[in-house]
Ligand binder design. Structure first.
Ligand code: SF4
Length: 396
């Protein structure tokens, strides 16, 4: 590998640490902490002159060694929170598509990186920048024969044909909505337009998945979709974020919505704002998963008068305390949706309960514990054979 090019790639990859990441995460450099799951930092391996590689979770289980990088750390936009914003004084680097493809291919063939997450600062407009990302992917797939994991970022303002091409080349595509509505976005990113530049590409991606046969897609499957919000900095409310999250999951079938707590970056207009409380991120993920996987609606959560989720209560536990404390659910007759309302019971343990009940009724709490259910969370809200279960310490 050419040492000079490798140094440029290392610098680009180091800068992209601002990006939230797992193989499911979106692109566009953000001054937020990286994380491979909702609330844990990613493991990174340092390999001397080689760019840092992230150990990110795969959706089907296991991990992948992922190179996160950008084609260019130059950007003509001026998002108020972003380390890459135009005019900020730091050394910028740019690689051409064939250079990036060649370097990643070498890292892949030498076993250092198994997957690529590719984004870029915007230079010459979103369409031109998108073309360079697509060229890189094209060279990787068809010149270097790369068949591994590829997450491509959609640039703000990308055209529909470009979205289609990205979907034909990638395992995942994403675009950062950043804010829940145009008013908040204007404060975060004054040069971006919410509906036309950011939401539209996601709507096109959904339309493509619904209406076109994936025969032209990589692996004959359309890629999954994701987005990311910056949480904090512009007084957006949890209710605003969750309203849009619900729309993205239910109408556009997004696989993941990421919430990235704002952290101030030196020499940006937001440098003196306080960092966002990390617990807010946890509550947003909990609520978003309840909306996506557990049948909850926005009305099931309590909000403060300013539209925020309480930080001191897990939203599922709060709902159960209000609705199930005096009206516990019978574990032998509750249907799946009801079981999912009980703290400590998720989709996997609900399935185990339903399978077990088909053989014989559940008679004791120990059976639930054998299913991996944390009894201290579950027992206050259930009946077993018509009786409140014993909550003796030895059972918990
Ligand atoms: S478009 Fe905005 S968020 Fe993306 S790199 Fe440029 S300044 Fe940063």
């Amino acid at each position: 590998m050419a040492a000079e090019s490798l140094t440029v790639l290392k610098n680009l990859a180091d800068l992209s640490q601002f990006e939230q990441e797992d193989p499911a995460a979106p692109g566009c450099p953000l001054p937020v902490s990286s994380s491979k799951t909702a609330d844990t930092p990613p493991a990174r391996s340092s390999t001397g002159s080689i760019p840092e590689i992230f150990h990110a979770k795969k959706s089907g289980g296991g991990e992948i060694r992922l190179l996160k990088t950008v084609l260019s750390s130059a950007c003509e936009r001026n998002c108020n929170y972003c380390a890459f914003r135009a005019g900020r004084d730091f050394h910028r680097e740019t690689l051409k598509p064939d250079g990036m493809a060649k370097l990643f291919s070498q890292l892949n063939q030498s076993g250092i990186a198994e997957g690529l997450f590719l984004s870029s600062g915007i230079v010459g407009g979103g369409i031109r920048t998108q073309d360079k990302i697509l060229d890189t992917a094209d060279i990787l797939r068809f010149k270097h024969g790369y068949n591994g994991y590829l997450h491509l970022k959609l640039m703000p303002g990308a055209e529909k044909d470009q979205v289609l091409r990205a979907m034909q080349l990638a395992n995942r595509v994403s675009i950062n909505l950043e804010a829940p509505n145009p008013v908040r976005l204007q404060k975060l990113a004054p040069l971006k337009t919410f509906a036309e530049e950011l939401l539209k590409p996601l709507q096109w991606a959904d339309e493509i998945r619904r209406t076109l046969n994936p025969l032209s897609a990589f692996n004959l499957r359309w890629p999954s979709l994701a987005t990311q919000f910056v949480v904090g900095g512009v007084d957006e409310t949890d209710l605003e974020l969750l309203q849009l999250t619900q729309y993205l999951h239910s109408k556009l079938s997004l696989t993941r919505v990421y919430f990235s707590p704002f952290k101030p970056v030196r020499d940006t207009p937001f440098e003196n704002l306080p960092p966002e409380n990390l617990l807010r991120q946890v509550r947003l993920y909990q609520a978003a998963f309840l909306l996506r996987d557990y049948g909850y609606s926005l009305e099931d959560f309590h909000y403060s008068s300013s539209g925020q989720l309480p930080l001191d209560a897990d939203p599922k536990m709060a709902w159960a305390r209000e609705h199930l404390s005096e009206n516990p659910l019978e574990i032998n007759t509750a249907d799946r949706i009801q079981l999912l309302r009980i703290p400590g019971i998720g989709p996997v343990s609900a399935k185990r309960i339903l399978q077990s009940r088909r053989q014989h009724p559940i008679k004791e709490a120990g059976t639930l514990r054998a299913f991996g259910i944390p009894l201290e969370r579950t027992l206050p809200f259930i009946l077993i054979n018509g009786k409140r279960p014993d909550r003796q310490p030895q059972l918990l």
